[in-house]
Design a protein around this ligand. Structure first.
Ligand code: AMP
Length: 427
């Protein structure tokens, strides 16, 4: 069994991992870390939840600390490209956390916010930059940023970047980065488009692949019911009772809604517990333990509280409310699906949540058809069919030789951010 101690990481990183409570490397970490430390290019097939962020962050930070930088302001030596604002922030946060004891500086830049603020942060120097492609191009084109000392490039969730139309942007970014570099590509799936991307940007890559920790969203049967907000609690208890649902994780948007839903369910004699940030650590652990042991049938949680919960492989989750961040939807439904079986995700969608639904559709590239709540009798769901969802085929890979009309600056960033997070543009 691989241990962190057997991976060639410096004492500061080992201590940080202990403090974070990481006891042993996950499979992707055990495979990827030695290869990245050797300087190899990597094509890794791994999904969110497998520990993929640490699998590239740790060996890259290790490499940075082995050849310390002496220049001020610090040049960017690691660049991570990621498809969304949320992911860039998450990765930068993790990088910052892993590298803190070594004095590493990591920041995230993404579209939809003022360029000037991000420029100011960059001026102070940064070792690790995590960026969405559109915003990065804007910074590069305007010469606010130089990547001539870049040593390591990571394409994180490369499949999503292609889905979101970033392939042109990636191609242009490559003109700004040194030819001599290490490149790591992470993707949830490895299809032809990803292979082609790897063929263009990676040099003799090692390939690694790990089984999904969670079933991919594509294996989850999704249902979306059109309901009135005021009827949600009633409909939920109907689904639980008539549908004979067993262990179910239910997501509500706020702590208040979690509490009032739990009270409602208990009045209906349904065994439900709450999980949110206002509860003490002890209360949370107890609720979680009871849910895992099967003593608690229904756990109602906010996204934030659910993030740290080590539960997946549930038969179903229910979105009592849709999340206002579409990524949260993907995380939520990814918790379902036992080995070899598909999971189910039900969403109760009220009229004021249509906008959230559209954002989820834009991000996941699925159409979620709203239906009325089905007739459910004694465990039998008279369901027409799942709301889903054929993933449209990706656009063919662009021909690098074809000439294109230049797009206005920031074009990619704005278009994508608008598709995914329209609220950013309402200000
Ligand atoms: P990721 O797949 O990178 O999104 O990581 C999923 C979660 O797993 C994050 O919350 C990490 O902090 C956590 N994590 C990553 N590696 C380990 C590990 N070796 N042991 C325990 N938790 C980990």
């Amino acid at each position: 069994m691989t241990t962190f101690a057997s991976l060639d990481l410096c004492p500061e990183l080992q201590t940080t991992l202990q403090q974070l409570g990481y006891e042993k490397p996950t499979p992707i970490q055990a495979k990827a870390i030695p290869l990245v430390l050797q300087g190899r290019d990597l094509l890794a097939e791994a999904q969110t939840g497998t520990g993929k962020t640490a699998s590239f962050s740790l060996p890259l930070i290790e490499q940075l600390q082995r050849s310390p930088n002496t220049q001020e302001p610090r040049p960017v030596r690691v660049l991570v490209l990621a498809p969304t604002r949320e992911l860039t922030q998450q990765v930068a946060e993790m990088m910052q956390r892993y590298g803190r004891a070594l004095g590493m500086r990591a920041i995230a830049v993404f579209g939809g916010v003022r360029l000037e603020n991000q420029c100011r942060k960059l001026e102070r120097g940064v070792d690790i930059l995590v960026a969405t492609p559109g915003r990065l191009l804007e910074l590069l084109d305007k010469k606010y940023l130089h990547l001539d000392q870049l040593q390591h490039l990571v394409l994180d969730e490369a499949d999503r970047m292609l889905d979101l139309g970033f392939s042109d942007a990636l191609q242009r970014i490559m003109r700004y980065v040194p030819e001599q570099r290490q490149t790591l590509l992470f993707s949830a799936t490895a299809d032809e488009a990803i292979e082609a991307l790897a063929g263009n940007y990676l040099k003799r890559p090692e390939k690694v692949r790990v089984a999904a920790r969670n079933s991919a969203s594509r294996q989850v049967e999704q249902y979306a019911y059109q309901v009135d907000n005021g009827d949600k609690a009633d409909i939920l208890s109907y689904m639980i009772r008539e549908g004979k649902l067993g262990q179910t994780l239910v997501f509500a948007r706020t702590k208040k809604r979690v509490d009032s839903l739990v009270q409602y369910l208990r009045r209906e004699k349904i065994n439900a517990g709450a999980m949110h940030g206002d509860l003490s650590q002890r209360e949370r652990s107890e609720a979680l333990q009871a849910f895992i042991n099967g003593q608690l049938q229904i756990l109602v949680a906010t996204d934030v509280a659910a993030r740290g919960l080590d539960i997946d492989a549930l038969p179903q989750v229910i979105n009592y409310d849709l999340p206002n961040q579409p990524e949260a939807y993907v995380h939520r439904i990814g918790r379902t699906g036992r080995a070899g079986e598909s999971g189910r995700a039900y969403s109760l969608v009220s009229a004021d949540e249509r906008d959230f639904l559209r954002r989820i559709e834009a991000l996941t590239r699925q159409r979620l058809t709203l239906t009325s709540v089905p007739l459910i009798e004694n465990g039998h769901w008279h369901e027409a069919q799942p709301a889903v969802v054929q993933k449209p085929k990706r656009a063919p890979k662009p021909d690098p030789k074809a000439t294109r009309k230049p797009k206005p600056e920031g074009y990619q960033a704005d278009r994508t951010q608008r598709a995914v997070r329209p609220s950013l543009f309402k200000k």
